[in-house]
Design a protein around this ligand. Structure first.
Ligand SMILES: [Zn+2]
Length: 90
């Protein structure tokens, strides 16, 4: 029996604007992805210039959703001050 093919197009709602979208690996519609990308860039830039900034500082200064910043951090895209000092060197 052929198994159910990998779901390729499933409809869902954009996490941000609630628009109905085809969910691929994204959970955002195209527009929100563009928005988010701009925000990500902003947050990353801010972090680059303000090393050691905390999550809230970034969010406040850039107007970027803290949740988004958090996701970037978790995904390893950016680093905020945690206590990581110079980084582990061996
Ligand atoms: Zn959207």
């Amino acid at each position: 029996m052929p198994e159910k093919p990998k779901k390729k197009s499933e409809l869902g709602r954009c996490e941000r604007c609630d628009k109905i979208v085809v969910l691929t690996k994204f959970t955002l519609c195209y527009e929100c992805r563009q928005d988010e990308k701009a925000e990500v860039d902003r947050a990353m830039l801010y972090l680059k210039m303000n090393r050691g900034a905390s999550l809230n500082m970034v969010a406040e200064a850039t107007g970027v959703d803290p949740q988004l910043v958090l996701r970037l951090i978790r995904g390893g895209r950016v680093e905020v001050s945690k206590k990581k000092g110079e980084g582990p060197r061996k």
